[in-house]
Design a protein. Structure first.
Length: 374
């Protein structure tokens, strides 16, 4: 029975750690808000450069720190400021030595910020912390579409909430609202508004309707499997950016907006990733039958079944042999036997999470059923 899921910023974590991260987040937020508007704009510009470099995995990154910052905020909100020494203003991350040691730009940036935050100069230390905060804020708030606030249901044997709570309750509306459509980017004619492209109700139930490729019955909503795979890749990139933000500043998990976006995109990715895998399995079944009727499977058969691994958050492939190579006539019963053997193996495979095993087992049973009725 599916039930609503409650969000938890750090499942299994000690309450003291959660409180510490939240206090650190609030402290950095208050310090950032105490800066002058000009300094905030400066940090926003540098944060955009840093975030782009981290997301793109660039080999080298240059950034600047402001000439003056507020480094201490009193109880009454008054700030104490100081200038930064000139030698700290320009920074370079990701030099030759980092590349030789195999350190990627994310690790190098974390290390440089940590070094600056340990400076005996309070303005330098504060500047590094402020840039860290501005960078993750840019990743969470500016680099990613905001999405809708959604509630997902979770099956009793599942681990990640991924069933939209309103998926079977919404009806198509005769009036298109801004939350139900995407505004196409195009030149707007005088006297006319933006062009709105409505989504079907199955898509509107998700966090980002524009990346929904399958409805709740597994029917494909886009023009091709390639387009569906592109949607899954977009969701994976979205989640990767959120994970990068946490890697740069762990206190990001205390941000309610981060939690809302992570919850929304994670449930949608798992739902659509599984739907994509099931759809491709159905295509494999159809292909096998087509080739069997054409007598094109009498030299051995191996299957590669795609499945969504909810630990890796990616579509993986489960490969197994049905008929060994050689001149053996294809018989559907061979597929039934092979899939039953694989079900026994998968059921004992502790490398997969329980929900991933359940998903893969359901695909194997689907293949078995497709060939046992012949």
């Amino acid at each position: 029975m599916a039930k609503p899921s409650k969000q938890n910023i750090l499942p299994g974590a000690d309450e003291a750690l959660v409180v510490q991260l939240r206090q650190e987040y609030i402290s950095q937020q208050q310090l950032y808000q105490s800066q002058t508007p000009l300094v905030q704009r400066f940090f926003e510009t540098q944060a955009a450069l840093v975030a782009d470099a981290l997301v793109q995995g660039m080999s080298q990154l240059r950034f600047s720190l402001p000439d003056k910052v507020v480094f201490l905020v009193g109880r009454k909100g008054e700030g104490q400021s100081a200038p930064l020494p000139a030698e700290f203003r320009e920074q370079l991350v990701g030099g030759l030595m980092d590349r030789l040691t195999g350190m990627d730009i994310r690790a190098a940036m974390r290390q440089r910020l940590a070094e600056l935050e340990q400076s005996v100069n309070p303005a330098v230390a504060a500047s590094a912390g402020l840039l860290r905060y501005a960078t993750v804020a840019h990743m969470v708030y500016s680099m990613l579409p905001a999405g809708k606030s959604v509630t997902y249901l979770v099956d009793a044997e599942d681990e990640i909430p991924n069933i939209p709570a309103g998926s079977d309750l919404e009806v198509d509306s005769a009036i298109t609202a801004i939350t139900d459509a995407i505004a196409e980017e195009a030149e707007v004619e005088d006297g006319r508004g933006e062009l709105l492209v409505p989504y079907i109700s199955a898509a509107r139930a998700f966090f980002l309707p524009q990346w929904v490729a399958f409805d709740d019955q597994g029917k494909i909503l886009v023009s091709s499997v390639n387009e569906a795979e592109a949607h899954v890749a977009s969701m994976q990139r979205y989640l990767s950016i959120l994970h990068t933000a946490v890697a740069i500043a762990p206190y990001t998990v205390a941000d309610d907006e981060y939690q809302r976006r992570r919850y929304g995109i994670l449930g949608q990715l798992v739902n659509q990733g599984r739907a994509l895998a099931r759809y491709e399995v159905q295509e494999i079944v159809r292909t096998v039958w087509k080739r069997a009727k054409a007598q094109d499977l009498n030299r051995g058969v191996s299957l590669s079944l795609p499945y969504f691994d909810d630990q890796k958050l990616a579509v993986e492939v489960h490969r197994f042999e049905v008929i060994p190579a050689g001149r053996i006539m294809f018989v559907p019963a061979f597929v039934v036997r092979a899939t039953r053997e694989q079900q026994a193996k998968v059921a004992q495979d502790t490398r997969l999470s329980p929900s991933t095993r359940r998903h893969l087992l359901s695909e194997l049973r689907e293949v078995e059923k497709a060939f046992e009725t012949s």
